[in-house]
Ligand binder design. Sequence first.
Ligand SMILES: Nc1ncnc2c1ncn2[C@@H]1O[C@H](COP(=O)(O)OP(=O)(O)OP(=O)(O)O)[C@@H](O)[C@H]1O
Ligand SMILES: [Mg+2]
Length: 235
Amino acid sequence: MSDDTPSSASVGSFSDAPRGTREVAGARIGEILATMRSNGALPSIESGIPSDQPFVSSAWVQSLPRRFGHLDGFSNPYIPDNARLLLSQWAAGQVSGNILILGLPGTGKTELAVSLVARRIESIRKGGMFLDATEFVAQMRPGGIPRLTEAVGVTELLLDDLGGGGRSQMSEFEIEALFRLINGRWSQERHIVVTSNLGVEELKVRIGERSYDRLRHNATAITLVGDSLRGGSHV
Ligand SMILES: Nc1ncnc2c1ncn2[C@@H]1O[C@H](COP(=O)(O)OP(=O)(O)OP(=O)(O)O)[C@@H](O)[C@H]1O
Ligand SMILES: [Mg+2]
């Protein structure tokens, strides 16, 4: 993979990967989340779980919005075939690097990113966090409760909807807040999974060159192309 530009995807297919293992891992995370949600109980352990039991990251479970994590994001029909092998290897902890999941609203970016990070957490048995990019920036404002240290320090970070928030431009403050996060992780050699409705060129303009340059370092960009998967009838 080039150090300079995000590759559009690597070659290969999920059929090369051990299917059973993947499905079992995904199902286990789903079951665990469902059970904990129905009990109203969340685990407070990040380590010390016997290796024959599934690993659960409490930081991940607590930060994951209720809507996500029930679907198998890997079943998304818009994943390019030549990206599937890389995604399965990344989820298994066999390769590292930033993953940028791009595409129009409703193409399943967040669900895919959640499945990807959830599987990796279980594979490598380390903690993770779901972070809404707009929320993060809002929290960095005076009076907010900054999650910067946590977000820089956690092993796996999903930064959702980067460059979103409805406005065409970010303020200098917002750009700087994101830079502190992206540069903090880059400095510590920790990768990020990012979702965004923007294309790479728009993303560069929106978040600024300095953040973009660190994001694209050792990154793979995957664009999901298709109609929105959100159900519902037109009225
Ligand atoms: N793999 C999938 N299989 C079936 N349905 C899916 C899948 N992925 C997503 N969907 C459907 O599409 C909806 C939108 O998915 P998701 O929130 O991941 O999209 P998104 O690309 O992140 O959208 P946005 O850019 O608006 O945040 C889901 O709530 C679900 O109904
Ligand atoms: Mg989304």
